[in-house]
Design a protein around this ligand. Structure first.
Ligand SMILES: NC(=O)c1ccc[n+]([C@@H]2O[C@H](COP(=O)([O-])OP(=O)(O)OC[C@H]3O[C@@H](n4cnc5c(N)ncnc54)[C@H](OP(=O)(O)O)[C@@H]3O)[C@@H](O)[C@H]2O)c1
Length: 208
């Protein structure tokens, strides 16, 4: 698969490494331009390249959003990702600390409003980047792997993202729709940033 990555920091860079190891091609982007990613691309090898945000978004069959929630200007233009699977790893932290008050809404519902044509799946937002780097294990049966939660309204998109999660050694666990699942897997919930297996995650979700 071709995966465009918006944001090449903790989450974007870590995910890029795992996707490349799983055999995918990635284009990473950041705020400072492709030249600033030369070292990252060299480290990741020939399946990685750098581009602008728009180039990364245009490149991907799947596009990962790994930029701060507080920087909506970092997102690609909606036209670039229309019809594409977009993974939203963002959490609605304010710069510094604390969360934005989204009222009755959730972070990924707000992202969906910003990118109305995208097939949005919320995932990778509940796992600390160091755990993402270290805890995947393709040799384990799925129920014994660390869980990564997925929420979304597009069943096929969610399946493709779930397969991607399996390929990098984790257990995808479906929390439901973008609205309900997105709420179940946002910061300050019982499953947020917890090192639980797929089996434990399903049990925990039954009580949420
Ligand atoms: N850290 C974690 O463990 C973790 C876990 C799960 C989810 N998340 C979520 O993932 C997102 C990214 O977190 P992170 O820790 O990876 O952040 P980070 O290390 O600070 O990286 C942020 C990335 O976003 C890029 N960026 C910022 N403004 C931009 C703009 N206007 N245009 C293009 N790129 C821009 C930065 O590029 P420059 O460096 O060039 O400015 C950088 O590559 C956040 O929403 C966070 O809540 C983080």
């Amino acid at each position: 698969m071709k995966i465009g990555i918006i944001g090449a920091g903790n989450i974007g860079h870590t995910a890029a490494r795992l996707f490349v190891q799983a055999g995918h091609d990635v284009t990473l982007s950041n705020s400072r331009g492709p030249e600033s990613l030369r070292g990252v691309v060299t480290e990741l090898g020939e399946k990685a390249q750098a581009g602008t945000v728009e180039e990364a978004a245009a490149f991907g069959d799947v596009v990962l959003l790994a930029v701060p929630w507080s920087k909506p200007e970092a997102l690609p233009t909606p036209e670039t990702v229309t019809g594409k699977i977009v993974i939203d790893a963002m959490n609605h932290y304010r710069p510094g600390f604390g969360l934005y008050d989204l009222g009755d809404s959730t972070a990924s519902e707000e992202t969906a409003k910003r990118l109305p044509g995208a097939r949005l799946v919320k995932a990778f937002n509940t796992i600390w980047y160091k755990h993402l780097a270290e805890q995947g294990d393709v040799s384990k049966p799925e129920d014994q792997r660390r869980a990564i939660f997925v929420a979304g309204d597009d069943v096929d998109a969610k399946k493709i993202v779930s397969d991607l999660i399996r390929e990098i050694g984790f257990a995808p666990v479906d929390t439901g729709s973008l609205r309900d699942g997105g709420r179940r897997q946002q910061p300050d919930t019982p499953i947020y940033n917890k090192s639980v297996t797929g089996a434990e995650a399903r049990k925990a979700l039954a009580s949420v």
